[in-house]
Write a new protein. Structure first.
Lengths: 304, 528
């Protein structure tokens, strides 16, 4: 029983962590993309379509990533090249994604999906309790953990990551140093889109292997909030994602048990707990200020 | 064009008829410049003379419209700052191009070869900074550093690339006289190593002290190429301004009236992690007095201004009294209604909305204090454009604000003209108390002298004036009394006549009274 609950928690937290990790990189470069929800649902429909048409869920996974990245390219072109307002464009991207995915996915409604098979890691998977939980997972779970480690290393250990943080902190100075602001931001936006697409693919290939309209169900917004409340630190995003996932699943079980608390309060719980915990983690205002990308959402136009 | 090899061979950098157009406006117009190896070369000019544009072209930030650049005798085109660095040109910007959220070492690493590990950069930066007398902790976050320390990062960053030419843009504008002396020692060390320095400044005595040659710019053209040591400050200023700068006149004996500003036990905790805590500030300004508050940037000037203006009211109502009324908890409009006027430091976005017309900016700041004049219809508050425009015109005429069109957007004015308008906007009300922060920051000499004269005239007419400034020339020109702010503490006021440049420097460094000894020699004689 407990093992089953833990498994569902992992499955629920994985897409949040993946999408948030992409948005974290985008925002660290100073771009506020509110279109995560739209990119996620586009990833979900592309993944489902890819898996249906080829019968290969891995092809679906790649289709989801590519779909999310291409969709984010639209956002990049509008906000970085045409310098439109990032907030408005992000909101439009979400609306467009929700509508477009519904249109594209019409043929797939009601069709049983193909589930991404778990990858069993030899030896490690035989460890009692931990083994089946962590080492008999599908590839998206492994990717989510790799993303946290990788993004953390990239941002704080690699020189390219340093440049990306510099752009997010002060794009004018970064430009003066000869760092290509627009190109880096394009790549960061597309990384964010690819991650959102992967998160969407997880939804339609692992979480609930089928296509349902609006199946992202607000997870993109949760991912966005996680990034801010985690003060743009990868490990805090992981913590936040799992707290949200855990409380979300546990309150469902609590509702099923019928404990004497109104279900509305229980549904509120994941949001409340996540916010409280992340506020406590990031109570140090100085650290928060140093981690907040100062140029977030500001348009950059080189004066040439 | 077949260039004679001779003159180019002798110079490290030579610029021939370099021109940059922005639209039809020529920011730089046929500039010729030549810098020899081991030479400290001054670039002098008022604001808007084209110094920054020229330097940006030399550093590859801007591309010239016409003209050529020769480096070591060879024609080059500098497409980006990276190319400039490869050639051996380093640059220390006036507005630091630093990243506050990153550490010193990370900031430096950004402009170096990405293959060098961060730990090695930190190590090298530390040893290099020691060797040149510019101590730095490579692991500190820039946000926590003083302006002087930030400048050191820029210099060390430029030096790590082993440049042949270092461009310094107004480097001493943020330093104490002692810090400036240290910088000059560093520059002489660089010169002794055979490196060249292009030194941009408007401080004539500095240029005369350290520079071998000077090129003077005015309206985008070269108006002088000279050995600054052979010139007088007046002759250099003439090249910069075109005509003799009007001196500021004041009566030496003015009778002071009653105290109009009284500040007692004013303590304000830091509002953000990056701001300064004000500690037990006390000051008094009487009618007819100009109190100048000197200090190095970032020692609490902005915070003191916010407290005095009421932009951020303070908890203790009695801490600030304007015209004998306790106003500590009163907001900015309430204080204006008592007859006070305020001019903050930032022209764009704080003192004025750049995209709005001058008349709109006038209404924004005086809508409460001049309600009956500018607004009609009682509660409806209908804007009386005619009255506002007429007042704006009066201000422009009184302060000689040069503008295009009748009522242009504030952002279209040059810095000096906008500042004249902003100060004139307050003066026009004949305020009993005027508090100004950095009244002539980045303003050309003509406008600066006009503004200073206006401040002195206001005091002479019986107002109390507080001038917060980092410019010591300005302070000595306008002040009746001088107090120095350092780390959020304000010294007691000294009569302007009793203070030497050296004493002020020590106070700015936080050393008070008795501990002061004449170890450090402050910069040359002050030109009054």
């Amino acid at each position: 029983m407990i093992e089953a609950i833990l498994l569902t928690i992992i499955t629920a937290a994985t897409p949040l962590v993946i999408a948030a990790m992409g948005e974290l990189v985008t925002e660290r470069a100073g771009v506020l993309n509110l279109g995560v929800e739209g990119m996620m649902i586009m990833g979900a429909v592309c993944a489902f379509a890819g898996a249906q048409l080829t019968g290969l869920p891995l092809v679906g996974l790649v289709a989801g990533i590519v779909g999310g990245a291409l969709f984010s390219l639209l956002f990049g072109f509008l906000t970085l090249t045409l310098v439109t307002n990032q907030v408005a464009t992000g909101l439009a991207l979400t609306l467009l994604g929700l509508g477009l995915s519904g249109q594209l996915g019409e043929a797939f409604v009601g069709i049983p999906g193909v589930k991404l098979a778990p990858i069993v890691i030899p030896v490690l998977s035989d460890i009692p309790v931990v083994g089946p939980l962590l080492f008999r997972q599908d590839i998206t779970f492994y990717l989510s953990i790799a993303l946290v480690i990788g993004v953390n290393w990239f941002l704080f250990r690699s020189r390219t990551g340093l440049k990306l943080r510099a752009i997010g902190d002060n794009h004018g100075s970064a430009h003066a140093l000869g760092i290509s602001v627009i190109r880096t931001r394009y790549l960061a936006v597309m990384f964010g889109g690819a991650c959102a697409g992967l998160a969407g693919a997880q939804l339609s290939l692992v979480y609930t292997p089928q296509w349902v309209e609006n199946m992202s169900a607000g997870r993109g917004w949760i991912a966005l909030a996680l990034v801010v409340f985690a003060s743009w630190r990868p490990w805090r995003v992981l913590a936040g994602g799992y707290i949200f996932g855990a409380v979300g699943i546990l309150q469902l079980h609590a509702q099923a048990f019928g404990i004497g608390v109104p279900s509305q309060f229980l549904s509120m719980l994941p949001y409340a707990v996540t916010i409280v915990v992340l506020i406590i983690i990031s109570h140090n205002r100085r650290t928060t200020l140093i981690n907040t990308p100062a140029c977030l959402g500001k348009p950059f136009v080189p004066d040439r | 064009m077949s260039e004679a090899r001779g003159p180019e061979a002798g110079s490290l950098l030579k610029v021939r008829s370099l021109t940059k157009y922005f639209g039809t406006f020529a920011a730089c117009n046929g500039i010729d410049l030549s810098i020899g190896p081991g030479e400290i070369h001054a670039l002098l000019g008022e604001n808007g003379a084209g110094k920054s544009t020229l330097v940006k072209m030399l550093f590859g930030v801007l591309q010239p419209s016409e003209g050529r650049i020769f480096w070591d005798g060879r024609p080059v085109s500098i497409g980006s700052p990276g190319e400039a660095r490869t050639l051996g040109i380093g640059m220390v910007f006036q507005h630091f191009s630093l990243f506050e959220a990153l550490t010193v070492a990370e900031n430096i690493a950004l402009s170096l070869d990405p293959k060098i590990p961060l730990a090695k950069i930190a190590e090298e930066a530390e040893s290099l900074s020691k060797a040149y007398g510019l101590p730095l902790d490579p692991h500190a976050h820039v946000a926590d550093l003083s302006v002087g320390e930030r400048q050191r990062i820029e210099i060390v960053r430029a030096l790590l690339q082993n440049p042949k030419l270092i461009i310094l843009d107004e480097p001493t504008s943020v330093l104490t006289p002692q810090e400036a002396d240290k910088l000059f020692e560093t520059l002489f060390k660089l010169k002794a190593e055979g490196r060249s320095v292009l030194y941009i400044s408007h401080r004539l005595e500095e240029v005369q002290r350290i520079c071998d040659r000077a090129t003077v710019l005015r309206h985008g053209k070269v108006t002088g190429d000279c050995d600054p040591r052979q010139e007088t400050p007046a002759s250099l200023a003439r090249m910069m301004v075109g005509s003799d700068v009007a001196g500021v006149h004041r009566d030496s004996t003015t009778d002071l009236g009653s105290a109009l500003v009284q500040v007692q036990n004013l303590s304000v905790p830091a509002r953000t992690p990056f701001s300064v805590t004000l500690k037990d500030i006390a000051l008094e300004v009487r009618a007819g007095e100009v109190l100048a508050i000197a200090g190095v940037a970032g020692n609490g000037q902005g915070e003191l201004f916010d407290a005095l203006s009421g932009e951020y009211p303070v908890g203790n109502d009695e801490a600030i009294r304007l015209c004998s009324k306790a106003v500590g908890r009163t907001g900015i409009n309430g204080r204006r209604l008592l007859g006070a006027g305020f001019v903050p430091e930032e022209r764009h976005g704080h003192a004025a909305v750049s995209d709005m017309a001058l008349s709109d900016n006038l209404l924004l700041s005086r809508s409460q204090s001049d309600r009956s004049l500018f607004l009609a219809g009682g509660l409806l508050s209908v804007i009386r454009h005619d009255a506002i425009r007429a007042t704006a015109r009066r201000i422009c005429a009184a302060m000689d604000v040069r503008k295009s069109g009748d009522d242009p957007a504030a952002g279209s004015l040059s810095g000096g003209n906008l500042q004249k308008f902003i100060i004139g906007r307050e003066l026009d009300r004949k305020p009993a108390v005027l508090v100004v922060n950095q009244p002539t920051w980045g303003v050309d000499a003509g406008a600066a002298s006009r503004i200073r004269q206006a401040l002195i005239d206001l005091a002479r007419a019986g107002s109390a004036v507080i001038v917060i400034s980092q410019d010591l020339d300005e302070i000595f020109e306008v002040a009746t009394n001088i107090a120095v702010i350092s780390e959020g503490r304000l010294s007691k006021p000294y009569p302007a006549g009793d203070l030497t440049l050296e004493k002020i420097g020590l106070l700015m460094g936080g050393i008070h009274d008795s501990t002061a000894h004449s170890g450090a020699t402050a910069g040359g004689v002050h030109a009054h």
